[in-house]
Design a binder for this molecule. Structure first.
Ligand code: GLU
Length: 311
């Protein structure tokens, strides 16, 4: 198909991405994040990329990444570039960690020692690091992980304006503490990998679930230290089950099918679109769904006070 007949051919500098962790296949919750990032890229005539976030190789489920790619194709969401896999990009994470130089230090603490310090937990549930190894390892201890220094407690908060959630500020010293870049199990941490990859892929707009809102200030701090641009962010609400838990494979969310007629694909998309507040989209084909959903997303953004539109 030539570019002139592709209905959503990229023609702007916008670069967005969907970055699933292959810990399971797409379900109604992850489909919402995929749909929002895809629609945003289409509204801004941008490029939409897919990145498989299998940096935590211990949690990656064999075959899940391929299933996710098949599910996206079945739904009519085709990436505008090559799919990249974090497990094949570890050299980039190592190079970035080395570039961070004196901002990084070896930490000998284990989980229990950090929990026992009773500094409390970060918004994402991780224990706040008390800084035990900041000034060097105690005699007889060896480094288990690498941590990044965050700004001193008196420093300005990290602040950004989320395109959906509005202004966000976080004092990393109080709300996260020095965070892990290289984990004790030898895998690079999500926070580092995501920043390196977004920068390397030229991502201008991150659209993802609100469960990652609290991670964004750590990512902005890393971008600052690495001297790479900070993308715009838009965090959409996460889908929860009747018990208020985020839908996930662990909470038993059923997979979006990969087979079935177009009506099933449209139904799955329409449900996700309804959750995003795009109304009740009734479409007889995938093409008709996308023709209705893209302007609906544009209207939704226009109606949100402070919803900064990419230029
Ligand atoms: N890999 C993350 C997830 O599946 C998303 C990361 C991101 O979009 O920054 O939850």
């Amino acid at each position: 198909m030539s570019d002139t007949v592709r209905p959503f051919a990229p023609s702007s500098g916008y670069v967005g991405r969907f970055a699933p962790s292959p810990t399971g296949v797409l379900h109604a919750g992850s489909l919402v994040a995929a749909l929002a990032s895809y629609l945003d890229a289409r509204v801004y005539r941008g490029t939409w990329l897919v990145r498989i976030e299998d940096v935590d190789e211990g949690r990656a489920v064999p075959g899940a990444a391929e299933r996710i790619l098949a599910q996206l194709a079945w739904l009519g969401m085709h990436p505008d570039g090559e799919v990249v896999w974090q497990s094949r990009r570890k050299h980039l994470y190592r190079a970035a960690s080395e570039r961070l130089g004196r901002h990084v230090y070896g930490c000998g603490c284990n989980r229990r020692e950090i929990a026992d310090s009773r500094l409390g937990v970060a918004p994402d549930g991780a224990a706040i690091y008390p800084g035990t190894c900041r000034d060097g390892l105690a005699p007889g201890r060896s480094a288990r992980s690498l941590r990044l220094r965050v700004p001193e407690p008196g420093a300005d908060a990290i602040a950004f304006v989320d395109r959906f959630a509005g202004p966000v500020t976080q004092h990393l010293a109080r709300e996260s503490g020095d965070f892990v870049l290289l984990r004790a199990d030898g895998f690079w941490a999500y926070q580092l990998a995501v920043v390196v990859d977004d920068a390397d892929q030229g991502v201008t707009d991150v659209v993802r679930g609100a469960d990652l809102l609290d991670s964004t200030p750590r990512q902005i701090w890393l971008q600052t230290l690495l001297g790479v641009p900070t993308p715009r962010y838009l965090h959409v609400p996460v889908v929860r089950n009747a018990d208020g838990e985020k839908l996930s494979k662990q909470t038993g969310a059923p997979a979006v099918p990969t087979t079935g007629g177009a009506a099933d694909a449209v139904a799955a998309l329409a449900q996700a679109a309804g959750f995003l507040g795009l109304g009740d989209i009734r479409a007889g084909s995938l093409a008709a769904f996308w023709q209705a959903a893209v302007p609906a997303w544009a209207s939704l953004l226009a109606a949100r006070p402070g919803a900064a539109l990419p230029g």
